[in-house]
Design a protein around this ligand. Sequence first.
Ligand code: PA5
Length: 478
Amino acid sequence: MKRYTDRQWMESMRISFDFNNMMADVIGEEEGIKKEDLDSMEDQLKAAAQAMSIKRKEGKMDWRDLPYDQDNVVEDILKTASEIKKEFDAFVLLGIGGSALGPIAVQQALNHLHYNELSREQRGGNPRFYVVDNIDPERMEALFEIIDVEKTMFNVITKSGSTSETMAQFLIVWNMLKDKLGRRFKDHIIATTDKEKGNLIKIAREYGLKTYYIPAGVGGRFSELSPVGLLPAAVCGIDIREMLAGAAFMDEICEAENVYDNPAYMAAALQYLAMRAGKNISVMMPYADSLKYMADWYAQLWAESLGKRYNLKGEEIFAGQTPVKALGVTDQHSQIQLYTEGPFDKVITFLTVGRYRTSMDIPEGFEDIPAVSFLGGHTLNELISAEQAATEYALLKAKRLNRTINLPEVNAFTVGQLLYFMEVETAFAGELLGINAFDQPGVEEGKNATYALLGRPGYEEKKAELDARPKKKDEYII
Ligand code: PA5
């Protein structure tokens, strides 16, 4: 029996959301959120919860079905992953934003922290894994210096099928593979994209590339539980069925319409009230290196979903909360000074781990130096947990809003829960703000300007607009 079918085990792995330090009766009236404020939102919360349910029923939140409706896809992915394992030394993901951040976060969370440096045997026979989510030429060249393209599988991922950065990488790889492998080049590329839209699907069909589809109603930043994240994870030996089971478990919890029963709704409601009180910065601070890139994934999800100029009524509201990534304990020595004594404009979210996957003793020593010797006899586990508790206390004392999401341990089941929790929180926050959390109109201007600068047909007018922009003044460049 798989452990993720054992209800008792699943319950023992339930992630928890502790919002004590958001509340006025804990952190103080001046900064804390009053229960009355939350209760006075009852109608708004109910309306938002109902809107979420209705949208889901109407098929407008397809990402919520990902934990359930992918049996055939999962079968196929597992088969492909085992074939890749037999033939390839490296698996390279070409993609950006929502097509890259989830796979990076999950790989970091669930595989060895130095996965690529392990021997093939230590990696369970799985290939090395690289994600190229930038177009820095030095990075691209550096990659080609350490992989053998003849033994590499490239997974090009783009939902829109037209993202310039990804398509530029794809062109480079396509040509290189053709040069080196002749007609066999196609066996080294897997496309993950929309079934109908975009250019990648056209190319994939024309050349008969192995292709996985991102369901139509699943946007980039909500796509980690689709083939976007599942294929790379499976190739690296991660139990994707367990991850999906974790997401389904959290989905059950998130069915509750009452915020007091629904941790993701509660999390969103409190962030909404915090934003209204001017807390415009959301810091995500995992106390585990394995969760370090969850903060990156969350940053995109939160920023791109909620950072909106207009609400659904077309009114200008300039919504959003700036996400900041931090790592405990590392950033205690870099950012915590600001969080405890700087402006009262932040909510800090701790991501904590109940049981680390290993334990390390700190040996006794230097008995003549008590300020060092007191560490001996403890473990690094105790130290990191104590530092998190101490930082939380320092923030509480300084009346800084903070909350804690605890994972009993980091495994595929809890990571699935965490991803799903944060997606629901984000969508619900979008409902409360009255915005469309699933589009990103603000990135269009920059994209169009890039097309114009590189001479893409159809962007001549934009090019003229750019040419007419004010010239930079030399006096302001020193
Ligand atoms: O969340 C989103 O939709 C975006 O951030 C996209 O993921 C990002 O722009 C990459 O897009 P695509 O997957 O279409 O290449």
